[in-house]
Each structure stands twice: as structure tokens, then as C-alpha cells.
Design a protein around this ligand. Structure first.
Ligand code: ZN
Ligand code: ZN
Length: 362
């Protein structure tokens, strides 16, 4: 519902402005499209949002003027011919002297151009300060994230009934994506991972022409977008009869996954959730767990916070994070189990819907 988005856009901009004194700036220049969407409602793929203490300007080129005017309210849409000149003009007219910018989203070339053009103004790089900007979700965001998760889970559940030995990974990915599109997905959130046999030992495997066969684990890491928001879930299916070591590994990963989710509540350090997973996996398994336990999800599939050994983040109510322990035995096989959860005061809600008990495909 557009009304809800525009109302929240104003309160989000207000929240950013409240931090101007902390950032020691009198204006802020956003170039991350996810942050621009979050703050303005604009869904295009190029533009700049300039905030001063009392004005908000969305700068776009001619491809987006009509779209931007329809999508944003109480934000001035300004068309530019040249982005740098557009920013220069906005900074001048808004009288900005110290302008914060997203250090991770401005190229060296753009930074050089801006410093040359904005002689009277100082550019202030912001990184960590803006990391958690989108981390806590509001009610509208949670509604669409639950819907995204439900669409993806439904497609994975349908796949569990249809997949057969002999299908290739690519064929399986196509099948899954088509089902999700039919169920209402507006986009696939990231490159679908269908990794069977030895390919499952690669955490970010690409689907290949390998045929799924008896005795395989098949890792299915899948997400869709709904109203711009991503879902993220991983199931590992067993094809036919598994060897004992695979069954034990699945059990260990599931236990680590379940206990980590049971530990999640507002106030827990993200690094502690990760440590709990490694603890439960124990020495035997944890050296095969080669990535962090989880990440935030929202307009981007990977966003703050991070659940990893060196993370400084503390989970707060409203955050949406994944829990995804996995084991990877190079050139042999792998297993991963992932759910996405919504952090509450004293627990969390699992928003991805597939049951994580081992599914055996006969
Ligand atoms: Zn995933
Ligand atoms: Zn993930």
C-alpha cells in the first residue's frame, strides 16, 4: 500500500536527520539504491537522494522523472543531465557545508569529481554510521517479508514432491524458479543454488548439468523478492538412502540450527549466536563450517547485522536475520540448513516455512 510506504518514508528521513549532529554534517547524499528506496519509496535503478535538515531532493535522469514523481511524496524530484552537476546544484541551492556520503557506494572517480566541484563544501565519509539504517523492520516490511518467505517456501515444498534422480541441477533451478514466479514472486532474490553431490561442498555453488543421483545431498538455497524485499532459505534434501556419516552430519547441523534459533532474542550479541553454533557442532564438525552463521535480510539479501565470530553487532527487536550452519567436505559433499527469523524481545519468529526435518526423496 503506497500510503504506508510514504508515511514511513518521512519518519525514516526524520530519523536520519536526527543523527546529523552525531555525523557532524548538515546534509547527506545517498547513492545506494536500497537506501534511497527505503528512505523515499523510489524503486528505480539510478539516482541520488540529497537530504538537508529541512529538504529532501531526489535527483534522477530523464529515464526516471515520471516514475519518481509517481512514487515519492513530499520529496522534490529534480531531473539532471549530468549526475555530478546535479549534485553540485543541489548542494549549492540547499546551502550545504558539510555533506555526509555513503563511503561504500561512491567510486573514487565520483569522489574526485565531487571534491573538485564542491569547493566550498566538505565531504564527510560515512560507513559504520549507516550500516544498521535498514536493520529493524516495521510492520509493513514484516508483512511483505513474510509474504516473500511464504512464496519461496511454497515453491520449495512443491519441488520436494517433484524432484527426481536424473534431473540436472539447472533443470531443478528452472523448475523451482518457475513455480515461485507462478506463486507471485516478482523476482528471484539471488542466483538460485542447487548443489548436488560434490557440488554441495561449495557454499556458493552455481547450478550445473550434473544429474542428481541416489545417495546425494542436494542443497537448495533459494529466495524471492516481493515488493522489493528478499527471502532466504536453505533446505538440504537426501536422494534415496544416505550413508551414516551424512545422516549424522545432517543431525548435527539441524541441532546447531535449532539451538541457535532458540537462543535468538533482543540483546544477544550476534557473535554469541555464532559461537553457540560452533560449540554445538564441536571440534569434529566445526572446522568444516567455513562461513558465518547468518546475516540480515531486507531490501538486500545480505545486509547488516552479521552473525559471525568477529561481529560487533547486537541483535535488537525488529531485526530480520538468517541462521544457516553448514558443513562442506571438499570434493565430496555438503549440507546446509537455513531459516530467516524476526527478532523479538524474548524470542524470535521463524518466517521461512519449510520444516527442516530431513526430507528423503525416493
Ligand atoms: Zn540462503
Ligand atoms: Zn543466507
Amino acid at each position: 500500500m503506497p500510503q504506508a510506504i510514504n508515511d514511513s518514508s518521512l519518519s525514516r528521513i526524520h530519523a536520519v536527520r536526527k543523527n546529523f549532529p552525531n555525523y557532524q554534517v548538515d546534509g547527506l547524499l545517498f547513492s545506494s539504491m536500497s537506501n534511497i528506496r527505503y528512505l523515499s519509496g523510489f524503486t528505480g535503478s539510478d539516482g541520488v537522494l540529497v537530504l538537508s535538515s529541512d529538504a529532501a531532493w531526489l535527483l534522477v535522469d530523464g529515464r526516471y522523472t515520471t516514475q519518481a514523481a509517481a512514487e515519492v511524496q513530499r520529496i522534490s524530484v529534480v531531473q539532471y543531465q549530468n549526475k555530478i552537476q546535479g549534485i553540485e546544484q543541489a548542494v549549492k541551492e540547499l546551502g550545504l557545508k558539510r555533506i555526509g556520503f555513503e563511503a561504500s557506494f561512491v567510486t573514487v572517480e565520483m569522489y574526485d569529481d565531487l571534491t573538485q566541484r564542491l569547493k566550498q563544501a566538505k565531504l564527510v565519509p560515512l560507513g559504520n554510521e549507516l550500516r544498521l539504517l535498514r536493520a529493524c523492520k516495521d510492520k509493513h516490511e514484516m508483512d511483505v517479508m513474510r509474504k516473500a518467505a511464504a512464496i519461496a517456501s511454497k515453491a520449495v515444498a512443491a519441488l520436494a514432491c517433484e524432484i527426481q534422480p536424473g534431473w540436472t541441477e539447472l533443470q531443478t533451478a528452472l523448475h523451482l524458479e518457475m513455480t515461485a514466479r507462478r506463486a507471485g514472486a516478482e523476482q528471484i532474490a539471488f542466483e538460485t543454488i542447487i548443489a548436488s553431490g560434490e557440488n554441495a561442498a561449495l557454499p556458493h555453488a552455481k547450478p550445473t548439468n550434473r544429474k542428481i543421483r541416489n545417495g546425494d545431498f542436494v542443497v537448495i538455497d533459494f529466495g524471492v523478492k516481493y515488493q522489493g524485499y528478499c527471502s532466504d532459505e536453505t533446505c538440504t534434501f537426501a536422494i534415496g538412502e544416505l550413508t551414516g556419516d551424512k545422516k549424522n552430519a545432517y543431525r548435527a547441523v539441524l541441532r546447531a540450527h535449532d539451538e541457535a534459533i532458540a537462543s535468538i532474542r533482543a540483546g544477544i550479541a550476534a557473535a554469541d549466536v555464532d559461537a553457540l553454533v560452533r560449540d554445538i557442532l564441536g571440534e569434529e564438525y566445526s572446522r568444516y563450517f567455513v562461513h558465518g552463521t547468518g546475516h540480515g535480510v531486507g531490501l538486500e539479501v545480505h545486509e547488516a547485522p552479521r552473525l559471525a565470530p568477529n561481529s560487533q553487532d547486537v541483535l535488537t527487536a525488529g531485526m530480520v536475520v538468517t541462521v544457516e550452519p553448514g558443513l562442506y567436505y571438499p570434493d565430496r559433499w555438503g549440507v546446509r540448513i537455513e531459516d530467516t527469523v524476526f527478532v523479538k524481545e524474548s524470542s524470535c519468529e521463524i518466517i521461512t516455512k519449510m520444516n527442516k526435518k530431513l526430507i528423503i526423496i525416493k
